[in-house]
Design a protein around this ligand. Sequence first.
Ligand code: GCU
Ligand code: CA
Length: 174
Amino acid sequence: FYRGDILYIPGCAPTLSPDEPEPTWECITYEMQAEEAQYTSGSVDNNFDGYTGDGFVNTGNSSGEWIEWSIEVADTCNAATCMFRYACKSEDRPMELRVNGSIITTLDFPATGEWFTWETETFDINLTAGSNEIRLTATGENGAPNMDKVDINICGCEIVTPAPMPDPTEDPFE
Ligand code: GCU
Ligand code: CA
């Protein structure tokens, strides 16, 4: 079972003034590869440079093709910023974004010009306590763009599974 990877822990805390207490929340960016997600049909390819992980997901070219990631959080987690990294050479390939089955929006996924040119579509979603399914479904006849990954930036909420990686700067034996 894929546990995901913490990309970095920027600790994007607000600017502190000397008499304010330290904020107890922190932000993390959580990286989930497309090739570790669930998807309708297609293959994991690596024939265009610039992907992260082991490759990217190339689904069939038709409306209704989807890819779905799953993330579990301890409590409600509002404004989780999803950054979908994709490439699509020559035409827009719009996709509906669903969270736990509800359509949240449609993202355009505009053409990037080359299959090796990767761009990001970003949208904020709300996560509920427990498991959350984040699904993109192609609405156009050309299907989905090639999908590399989604990075999710969350602040002040705890990821349950996939479990975050331990902070490598902390001594586990202390
Ligand atoms: C080409 C390209 C694939 C892409 C496909 C598409 O075949 O090599 O990576 O997925 O076009 O149009 O979806
Ligand atoms: Ca394809």
